[in-house]
Design a protein around this ligand. Structure first.
Ligand code: 2HA
Ligand code: ZN
Length: 275
């Protein structure tokens, strides 16, 4: 066996490939992290060894102290994860205070975790606590239509959520709480990490204005599926307005129809976002 055959690594690699094929990962755009469980760590253990001293993270996330993450590398291409895993991906252990990491696999040639590592860790901290330890995947993608919505229009979380919900029935099923919107914030900054983690207390996906989207959920499929569904709704909205010569769509789902969908699926929509 090689580490590439471990279940969690196979699934990790698959998301990188799927996201690249979707057109969400130009150059080094986007990043992915996975909080390993005890079984994942046991399976990968023969391949793990301490490769670096503790390295300061720049934020403190004690809620995930001692956890072990698979994470894409800074400046690395999602497109190349499947071609050369150990160059583009690493496994890191977090210290008990949650403010430093050390590499225990991968990141060959002095690589390091993604430039959005602080965001990933603060999001993992919030979501693992809110989900009772269930949420394990944080995925950031440069989804063109979600990003375009924030450059074409001035939106906030409520406006954006409504546009997406009303464009396609699947959106409110995937995200009944809606979607968070974070105004322009410097990519790779601690400010971006802190503001996103704050929004993640209310939403499982946050759109970064003029940039892309980040989401957290339990499995690779859930997390990828959530972003895919949001991006599909944004695409449908854009197509719809283009069909109308730029005018607002004539037949968006109504608030009543959104309530009917939620009743049918036993979901509680964010009532602040309905009228
Ligand atoms: O990995 O996507 O947000 C590069 C980025 C920065
Ligand atoms: Zn990005």
């Amino acid at each position: 066996m090689s580490i590439e055959q471990a279940n969690c690594i196979r699934r990790f690699m698959r998301i990188c490939e799927d996201g690249y094929k979707k057109g969400w990962h130009e150059a080094n755009g986007g990043n992915l992290s996975y909080r390993m469980d005890a079984e994942d760590i046991a399976v990968c253990k023969p391949y793990l060894s301490v490769k670096t001293p503790w390295i300061s993270i720049g934020v403190s996330a004690p809620g995930i102290g001692g956890e072990v993450f698979v994470v894409t590398g800074a400046g690395k291409y999602m497109r190349k994860v499947g071609i050369d895993l150990s160059d583009n991906v690493g496994i890191v252990e977090i210290n008990s205070a949650g403010d430093a990491y050390r590499v225990i696999w991968g990141f060959e040639d002095a690589g390091r975790p993604t430039s959005e590592f602080e965001s990933h860790l603060l999001i993992h901290e919030v979501c693992s606590e809110l989900s009772g330890d269930a949420d394990r995947v944080v995925y950031h993608a440069h989804t063109p239509y979600l990003a375009a919505l924030t450059t074409a229009f001035q939106v906030d979380s409520r406006v954006l959520s409504r546009v997406l919900w009303k464009s396609n029935t699947e959106c409110i099923i995937a995200a009944p709480e809606g979607v968070g919107l974070l105004e322009f914030t410097q990519p790779g900054s601690i400010e971006l990490a802190q503001k996103t983690a704050e929004l993640m207390k209310d939403f499982r996906a946050v759109v970064w204005e003029g940039h892309g989207v980040v989401a957290c959920s339990e499995t690779f499929d859930d997390t990828f599926g959530l972003i895919d569904t949001l991006e599909k709704a944004a695409t449908i909205y854009a197509i719809t307005r283009a069909m109308r010569g730029g005018d607002e769509a004539a037949n968006l789902l109504s608030d009543d129809q959104l309530r009917v969908i939620c009743e049918g699926y036993g979901l509680e929509p964010n009532e602040d976002f309905l009228s």
